[in-house]
Every structure is written in C-alpha cells, then in structure tokens.
Design a protein around this ligand. Structure first.
Ligand code: MLT
Length: 407
C-alpha cells in the first residue's frame, strides 16, 4: 500500500498565498461589478526593463539559427551571468565571491525551499516570526518539526520580530544549527543594521551554524548604511548562504531567474564530525535535480548589469518605492502605525485587530487585497502587509477606497 509523507498532514491545508487567491477569486466571482485591486502577494505589475526585453529578443533569434542554437546549458548557470553577478553584486561591494560560487536558478522561493535538503533531519532550525511561510513549511515537510500547537510547530526555535525590537529579531540565548534571515524583510519591510548582522555572523560562528540569508529585496535598499549582502560582514563566507532574485529587482516574477551563493569555505559536519563543503553538496543536488534556467532568460538577467539595464532596474525599484511612500503616508493619515516601505516594497501596518478580520473588511468594503499578518506567524497577528507592487493608478485608487472604508 502506497503511503504518504505524513509530515504534510501537519501543514495548514493550503499555502498562504494560494488561500488568499482562493478567497479573492470567490469574492470576485460573486461580485463581478466590483473590481478588486491586489496589494496582497508581492507580484510585480510593470513591464520588463527594455534592456531585458531586447536581450530576450536577440537570444530568441540565436535560438532560431543552427549555428547559435543552444540545448542544455550548465545546470549552475552560464558563465556570462555568474561572472556578472560575482562582479557587480559582490566584488564591487567588497565581497569576495567567485563566479563558481553562484548557482543560477529559477527562483529564490525554490532555492529557499530546497536548500534544507542538504542538512540533517534532526538539526535545530531557527525561524523568525513573522516570516515568509516557505521557510517554515519546507521544514515541516522534511519532518524537522512536531505538530502545530497554537500556530507554532514544535521543534522550531522562533525568533520574534515585533515593534519592540524594530522587527529585527535578537540573537537568541539558545543554540540553533540553521538560521533563516531575510533583509530587507518579507513581510515587515524592516532592514538589519551592520551591527545586527555582525551579531548574527558571530552567533553562527560560535554555534557552528549556517545562516540562510534571503536578500531577494536588496534592490530596494536606499539607506547607504544598510548592508546589501551578508558577505559585507567579515567572517560571513564561512557561515552563510545567500539567496537573490531578479523577480523583485527586474520584474522577473513571470520570467523566473534567481541565484544562490554558496561559498566554498562553508562547511557542515557529518555524524563523525568530519567537515563537508556545502558547495559540493548543493552542486550535487542542483546538477541532479535541476537542468538550468533557459538561455534567453539568463541573457535577459545579464542585461540587468549593462549600462542601460542598471538605470532601468533602478527606476523600476524607485517607482515601487514611490508607491510605498504613498501607502505609508496614507496609513499615517489614518492613524495606523506602520513599518517598512522605506528600503523595502512592503508596508507592515499595525491594525490593532485580528488580521483576517481586517483582510475581510478591506476586501468587502474597499475591494482591496492585503495579506493578513497572521498568515506569516503568531507575531504577525494584529498586522497586515500591504505590497507596493502595482500601478500608481491602482495604488492611489486603493488608498482612496481604504480611507473611505475606514471612515
Ligand atoms: C510575497 O508576496 O511574499 C512574495 O511575492 C512571495 C514570493 O516571492 O514567493
């Protein structure tokens, strides 16, 4: 008799954004005359930068000719893209990352979800609360937790991010083996200072732990004092893996390209205490389970680093940050405290009531979709996340509707 992976039965019945999409779909079907504005899932709305489109076209032309056609590429990504990433995203910021430490993939979500496979099943995992649900759910699927009790899984060390700590969790007293961090943060939009990241690197070194640093939103950092990469912190090469994405940087949510950096110096240990390079393990996993991102998409991603591309992606992030500013101002006018939105495309609003109630209220009275904070963890209760990813027109319309719904 075929049996299931029973860890899946510990999960909530559906993934947060799938659940929201279902509710919004049902509402829209029942109210066809009331157009819904989506400020829930962080999905971009603006077209791809012109430089990326041009690169896509010319790569498609290459694929149409026998002489320049390409089949399977290297699973880890084409050298032209890995070299650009290593130089522009790391060397130019003073971080020593080699091109062959960069693994190109089809998404940071997939990589954040898959990375836990290369670690033992009985390690102690530390995860912030609130948090991007992928980190929690993939560890539940892998059997690293017990059951959920009051919305929290037994066995996870939760790192609380609240208004009291500026939504940046403090280093815990207890040791953990694997620590998930995300800055600029999803969902709170908070950023970590250099000093705070130094404490995390010191913690990981002390505990021989690994930090999984998700910096999918680094393109939104405008404060020059805020680090863009964990590798800007001394000693991080020995303890950290970093995830980046072109989704929010260059509008690639539907195009799919991202990368994960695994330094060769980074070790983890087997039961006998022998060290193993995580770079080799991830390379083994990647080459076995992944066949690479398509050539045209990697060419489009590479265009982000050209002179025209750089300006265009900067303008794109500035545009969404302009939306974020409008959202912050509107929330302040409504007397609602909020975080984020300055170096991040998410605004974390303290709504002072159950977050699903507020979600329902906005959907029913304003036809605006947000993300209820409780979906990101217990500490998210009482908050909603508003995404700045939409057209200016829709953001302005949504804010006007929210204001009249709350009047
Ligand atoms: C979000 O809304 O949190 C993100 O868009 C989800 C993702 O990047 O997968």
């Amino acid at each position: 008799m075929i049996r299931i992976n029973e860890n899946y039965t510990k999960l909530k019945s559906s993934y947060l954004f799938a659940d929201i999409a279902r509710r919004v779909g049902a509402y829209a079907a029942a109210h066809p005359g009331k157009p819904v504005i989506r400020l829930g899932i962080g999905d971009v709305t603006e077209p791809l930068p012109a430089a990326c489109v041009e690169a896509l076209h010319s790569a498609a032309d290459e694929m149409s000719r026998r002489a320049t056609f390409r089949g399977y590429g290297p699973e880890q990504g084409y050298p032209f893209l890995r070299e650009l990433v290593a130089k522009a995203d790391y060397a130019d910021r003073g971080c020593a990352i080699e091109p062959d430490e960069v693994f190109v993939s089809d998404g940071a979500k997939c990589d954040c979800g898959n990375i836990q496979e290369i670690f033992a099943g009985d390690i102690r995992v530390a995860i912030p609360d609130p948090v991007y649900p992928v980190y929690v759910d993939t560890n539940v699927m892998a059997g690293r937790t017990g059951e959920a009790v009051d919305g929290r899984y037994e066995g996870i060390l939760y790192l609380e991010a609240t208004a009291a700590n500026g939504y940046v969790p403090a280093v815990p007293d207890a040791p953990a083996d694997l620590v998930y961090l995300c800055f600029p943060n999803n969902p709170t939009g908070a950023v970590a200072t250099r000093a705070q990241l130094e404490q995390w690197v010191a913690y990981a070194r002390r505990n021989r732990a690994v930090l999984l640093f998700d910096s999918a939103y680094e393109a939104y950092i405008r404060d020059p004092a805020v680090p863009h990469s964990i590798y800007e912190i001394e000693g991080a090469r020995d303890v950290a893996i970093e995830f980046r994405s072109f989704s929010k940087t260059a509008g690639f949510t539907g195009t799919r390209c991202a990368y994960t950096v695994v330094p060769k110096a980074l070790m983890a240990w087997d039961r006998a205490g022998r060290p193993h390079a995580l770079h080799s393990l991830w390379n083994r996993r990647h080459t076995t389970k992944f066949n690479g991102v398509s050539y045209p998409v990697q060419r489009a991603a590479a265009a982000v680093y050209g002179e025209a591309g750089r300006g265009q992606v900067r303008a794109l992030a500035d545009f969404y940050l302009g939306n974020a500013r409008l959202i912050r101002d509107a929330m302040a006018k409504l007397g609602l405290r909020c975080a984020g939105g300055e170096n991040a495309p998410y605004i974390w609003v303290d709504v002072g009531r159950p977050s699903w109630d507020f979600f329902d209220l906005l959907l029913e009275k304003a036809q605006v979709v947000c993300t209820p904070g409780a979906g990101f963890g217990r500490c998210g209760e009482g908050h909603i996340r508003i995404s700045a990813f939409n057209s200016r027109e829709n953001v302005e319309e949504a804010l006007a509707r929210i204001a009249s719904a709350l009047r």
